[in-house]
Design a protein around this ligand. Structure first.
Ligand code: FES
Ligand SMILES: [Fe+2]
Length: 339
């Protein structure tokens, strides 16, 4: 069960540079392309003639030409030409999805076209701001997307999954402050005068203790923004003075492909060492850190597959992830009831 009246990230803008992009989202195969005016087309990836995948075809003059018998479709999904006849029969069309680019990500609306609301797309300004340098990637992950959202929202895994980089022990003792909104969940953990995560302590050149923080906003169904950082103790970072701190904004788009496969588009943006190759090299370790999340989640999925339906227990540290799941479940339920 997926939230359909929602925006999902289908890829990086650059993924459209080579023509047609095939991507399955919420179990629906879609073909994406960019028109000359910069607008994005997103069509059901199935020709209405004999069901060849349209992504097998080619992009021609802002239209998709099927790679089997050459039927052509415009951005609205309307068939505009059939090579062997002059008339296009009524009903010769495929489904189209609202799609656009914001902050270098391709966003696709998977539900009722009339309800597509651009205001619901979070503002990840740091993805295309010159004041932030980014390390970014795409991971294809063989696990359920909610389990993968769990690991991003659950900071208590850090000392065990990332002991040498993000795993400061304070994450196990400071309780998260969780705030629920209509379509968002916020979480804050402040670690005053304590050991910061090793990776950020090194980047901020903090020896011993410092002030560090970890905040996130989850926008259901599938995007998260992190605001993390570290500063010399008592230099005012918690009050908004960042003169003695380093800040990192991470964006995660965790798009379900199927029940057990997930697209992860991510970016780790920093406000320090911009243009400095040495800093770039040091913080690139974040790619390895995120790969550690992938490894544990894929192993978890394999075990779940071996023990279908096996019960799991909840513990206190699950509070933020349970809240996130409850919020998404509520939105799905409301959507289903309003059908
Ligand atoms: S299957 Fe697409 S044109 Fe025939
Ligand atoms: Fe992690």
């Amino acid at each position: 069960m997926y939230l359909k009246n929602a925006w999902y990230v289908a890829g990086w803008e650059r993924d459209l540079d080579d023509g047609l992009l095939a991507r399955t989202i919420c179990e629906e195969p879609i073909v994406l392309f960019r028109c000359e005016n910069g607008k994005v087309g997103a069509l059901e990836d199935r020709c209405c003639h004999r069901s060849a995948p349209l992504s097998f075809g080619r992009l021609k003059n802002n239209e998709v030409e099927c790679g089997y018998h050459g039927l052509r479709f415009d951005k609205t999904g309307q068939c505009t030409a059939i090579p062997t006849q002059n008339l296009v029969p009524p009903g010769a069309r495929v489904r189209s999805y609202p799609a656009l680019i914001k902050n270098r990500w391709i966003w696709v609306w998977m539900g009722d076209v009339n309800k597509a609301d651009k205001e619901q797309i979070p503002n990840y300004f740091f993805l295309d701001s010159p004041e932030w340098a980014t390390i970014e990637d795409y991971f294809y992950i063989e696990c359920n997307y909610q389990a993968y959202i769990d690991i991003q929202l659950d900071q208590s895994h850090s000392p065990f999954v990332h002991p040498d980089t993000l795993g400061n022990p304070a994450k196990l003792k400071v309780k998260p402050k969780v705030t629920r909104e209509e379509r968002a969940l916020r979480c804050e953990r402040l670690f005053p005068d304590d050991i910061p995560p090793p990776l950020w302590a090194e980047a901020a050149k903090i020896e011993g203790k410092g002030d560090s923080w970890n905040r996130w906003i989850y926008n259901p169904p599938a995007t998260i923004m992190f605001d993390v950082g570290a500063a010399q103790s008592g230099t005012g970072a918690f009050e908004g003075n960042f003169d003695h701190s380093i800040r990192i904004h991470n964006a995660h788009a965790i798009t379900p492909e199927t029940a057990t496969t997930t697209h992860h588009f991510w970016s780790s943006a920093r406000d320090f060492g911009i243009g400095d190759p040495q800093t770039e090299k040091e913080v690139s370790i974040i790619r390895k850190v995120f790969r550690e999340d992938v490894a544990i989640c894929e192993a978890q999925q394999r075990t779940i597959n071996k023990f279908p339906g096996a019960p799991q227990i909840d513990v206190a540290m699950d509070h933020p992830t349970i809240q996130a799941r409850n919020l998404l479940e509520k939105l799905i339920k409301e959507e289903t009831q309003n059908l």
